[in-house]
Design a binder for this molecule. Sequence first.
Ligand SMILES: C[S@@+](CC[C@H](N)C(=O)[O-])C[C@H]1O[C@@H](n2cnc3c(N)ncnc32)[C@H](O)[C@@H]1O
Ligand code: SF4
Length: 460
Amino acid sequence: MLSCASEWLSQELMDVCRLFEGADALEIVHTSMAGNSRFAGVFCIDGEQFPYSYADTARTATEEKSLVKRYSKLALYNILSEKFHKKLPWGSLTGIRPTRLAYASLEKTGEFENFFRTLGVSEENIALTARVLEGQRGIYERKEGNCDLFVSLPFCPTKCVYCSFITAPIAATRKFMPAYLSALERELKAAKPLYKNLRSVYIGGGTPFVLEAEELERVFEAIAPLRENGCEYTVEAGRPDVFTEEKLDLCKKYGVTRICINAQSFSDRTLAAIGRKHSADDVVKAFEMARPYGFDINCDLIAGLTGETLEEFENSVDTAIGLSPENITVHTLCLKKGAKLKEETETLSEGGMSAMIAYSREKLSAAGYAPYYLYRQKYMAGAHENVGWTKPNKACIYNVDVMEEIADNLAVGANAISKRVFFSEGRIERLASPKDLATYLSKLETIIEEKNKLFGAASE
Ligand SMILES: C[S@@+](CC[C@H](N)C(=O)[O-])C[C@H]1O[C@@H](n2cnc3c(N)ncnc32)[C@H](O)[C@@H]1O
Ligand code: SF4
């Protein structure tokens, strides 16, 4: 039980509690006092008082709110860390984008390392963050008018048990396909005047390659007039069980530059357990099929999949490296609503997770990969992170722009979330399309109108 004066702060403090197993059983009461260049307060935990006080100054009301949040979370983290004898890799940071905080600190004070240290971030993660910032050099660009295009294809061969993405097995959703493709064509046509500088296109999902070749071609055709500048073009092709030469030919024909062949794991035992319906060997075959086309290839792995041993994960990392994709993304299992696997999170050992993460960092670095984007999610096993690794000069612009929120994101399709970045006002406006396919289709005209309004001034 946690009680605190404001609902928004209460949510933030709950995020800290969730980092410590058993903290939900504590009776926590928080009182905060801000003023006179101090951020102070008291936590009363099961009747015991823990006062705290940090010196800092806020220049605006927004900054004051952010500092109240920062210091109360830090104080609670320190108290719980001592109580449960546990330090967490990201300390009191529970946000999704630690790198954004690092950039903000760099801008304000010229450094982020000591700031992160104060927040309890481990030395390893401070070093990792520094490497990510370094990896974004030459790509990271905060500039009004920069835009990325996302095309959502929320269809999959079958639903993997861990996955909480809004996507459904194609057998159940195929009936929507003709109307869905027409809706995408309509949205893409309307989107053409809405941006100035297109930096990248990303067709994601779902599993875009689950579409039939002629369906995929309609999507490529509709995108082509928007991508006249030949910018980076990713197709999250996805699972190897839907790869065909015909679909790869189409990718080549329409100028795709990057595809994903996602293994998640190279253990057949794990793949069967998570409902992937393909083998590790299928991943290798998909690589062999795709290599002659010359696309940059990304391969997704997940650490902490149910029942997977450290040795199996190590083998997955080694096998992925052996296939030599340009990008390897190492996710940490994250179970939220929508995933069938939810119950099993608790069984993961934190020590095991940390060893997996440490192994991936060491091996990928030794193989010449550098981390270039990083994000976290709530409910991640062991409070870790997802990291995108890249070979030199192969970093994906789309991932950097999206994770750092430094460009507009014009997103089309069901469950697409568009974002407009207002740099001068320091704010981001979001617009989410309905997740449900039928609702999305029925609201199409309103969605287009709203998007026109959000991006209307972008091209002026
Ligand atoms: C939208 S999915 C698309 C990938 C493609 N459909 C596939 O499965 O190969 C993007 C990636 O998110 C990761 N992912 C999905 N669910 C996850 C979860 N619960 N925890 C961690 N990573 C997850 C997977 O690595 C997946 O490849
Ligand atoms: S992991 Fe990929 S294939 Fe599996 S359900 Fe999620 S989006 Fe679909």
